[in-house]
Design a binder for this molecule. Structure first.
Ligand code: NAD
Length: 432
């Protein structure tokens, strides 16, 4: 175990150094593979003979795959429906997170069970009442219930499961799916960073802040998987940014209806707990008041809360916005890379070099420049996480692909027949 742990560690170090990403490195490795096959050909035939008793000619045919013997032919990919698929949706976008995957699953020709979140009971009941009226009730079903119903469903054999929710439940889903070798797509949450470069015109700064504030506080009060979780900004620009965020959020939330409430008492408590830590409370530079009666939390900005505090180690999923300062904006890349891979990275900048650096040197489900959350609605882009933010991507044609099996179809004709592909073997049959 220790030995493997060390090897994995050294592989991770090499990868982090950027060595394996380099195009020249990739080419040289493929050339090396080719050289291995040509320079060691005799040894390869030898070991295959020793292991399996294969003749040179058979090894050549099986392992080197000469396409000539299959000429003439056509190859095509035929998408086929997977079968019966299960979709778990989440409560924060309770309609969209059920209907978007459902549309692709149906387009791909599957029968579907949708299990909406019990935490948005009105939307769940709406879906259960209306889906059978509008769609074929024999092929599309809505199952209502909470975790226990989810667990019962996961005892069954499905052809694919798409789960949107927390990493904690995602792990349970994955474990249960293993029993039936069911492929799973996990759409999870994360801490999405927003890198804010100094923008030099007043207009650009205000537009950037409108978009940040809109994405953070006007989409379900920050209870969105792709919400900005925290901001990274240069020390010297932080006071200007905070000033603009404060004035903008004040303008955006003049009436209580301008911001959604926190889902329930449990989530309200979870968010309030972030602020209980003395050092976190001391870092509040705007807002901070909470109202358990109305389940509302004021848009709250924090400056440099401790990095080891819960607010900086757990996904926030609410209207609290920590701002972390860095010396140089490029340092934010190191910061992002020190955290688990997020669902989205946002950056407000006009600096093309920084944009390239962010694309090339970080990993995330998506990268959006000069806006936030809007990438979710771009049908041409796949949506999904990487690493701890999940795996599998959907939206638009990607949803169709996600719920289809790409069947490889190969068609031969009877026109030409090469007899050298068959035994009895002799050495001339390796000279194709
Ligand atoms: P959750 O994980 O508790 O629940 C999600 C779904 O799983 C619900 O339908 C629920 O009934 C079901 N469920 C719960 N326990 C289960 C169990 N033991 N077995 C089977 N099913 C079970 O949801 P949550 O924690 O309230 O959701 C918030 C999280 O979801 C956040 O992390 C957020 O980022 C993430 N999220 C991700 C996306 C995305 O598209 N990536 C979208 C929305 C929310």
């Amino acid at each position: 175990m220790g030995r493997f742990h060390e090897s994995l560690g050294s592989l991770q170090e090499v990868r982090e150094s950027g060595r394996t990403k380099d195009l020249a490195w990739r080419r040289s490795q493929l050339r090396g593979l080719l050289r291995l096959l040509t320079e060691k050909e005799d040894d390869i035939f030898g070991v295959l003979h020793d292991d399996l008793g294969k003749h040179r000619a058979e090894s050549y045919r099986d392992e080197a795959q000469a396409p000539l013997v299959s000429f003439p032919a056509t190859a095509l990919v035929v998408p086929e429906p997977l079968g019966v698929v299960l979709i778990f949706s989440c409560w924060n976008l309770p309609l969209g997170l059920a209907l978007e995957p459902l549309s692709g699953a149906l387009a791909a020709g599957n029968a579907v069970v949708v299990k909406p979140s019990e935490l948005a009971p009105y939307t769940a009941a709406f879906l259960a009442a209306n889906i059978p009226r509008y769609l074929d009730p024999r092929a599309v079903k809505v199952v209502l219930g909470g975790p226990e119903v989810g667990e019962q469903l996961m005892e069954l054999r499905w052809d694919k499961v798409l789960f949107t929710g927390s990493a904690r439940v995602g792990r349970t889903i994955l474990t249960k799916a293993a029993k039936h070798l069911t492929p799973v797509v996990l759409e999870l949450g994360s801490k999405c960073p927003c890198i804010v470069d100094q923008l030099y015109s007043k207009r650009d700064r205000q537009i950037a802040v409108n978009r940040m504030a809109g994405a953070k506080w006007s989409v379900c009060a920050g209870q969105a998987c792709a919400a900005i979780d925290y901001i990274l900004v240069e020390e010297k620009f932080a006071p200007i940014l905070i000033g603009l965020l404060k004035s903008t959020v004040k303008r955006f939330t003049t009436t209580p209806e301008c911001m959604a409430r926190i889902l329930n008492a449990k989530h309200f408590q979870r968010l309030s707990n972030f602020l209980v830590d003395d050092k976190v409370a001391a870092s509040v530079v705007h807002g901070g008041s909470v109202n358990p009666k109305t389940l509302t939390i004021e848009p709250t900005i924090l400056l440099n809360p401790p990095l080891h505090s819960d607010i900086m180690t757990e996904e926030i999923f609410g209207p609290l916005l920590p701002i972390i300062t860095v010396k140089k904006i490029e340092d934010s890349i190191k910061f992002v890379n020190s955290m688990p891979k997020p669902l989205a990275i946002y950056a407000f900048t006009k600096n093309e070099k920084l944009k390239h650096q962010i694309i090339d040197e970080t990993s995330s489900g998506s990268v959006t420049f000069n806006d936030a959350i809007v990438q979710y609605a771009v049908e041409g882009l796949p949506f999904g996480g990487v690493g701890e933010s999940g795996f599998g991507q959907y939206h638009g044609k990607y949803t169709f692909e996600l719920f289809s099996h790409k069947k490889a179809v190969f068609k031969r004709s009877f026109l030409i027949e090469f007899m050298f592909r068959y035994p009895p073997w002799d050495d001339t049959k390796t000279e194709m």
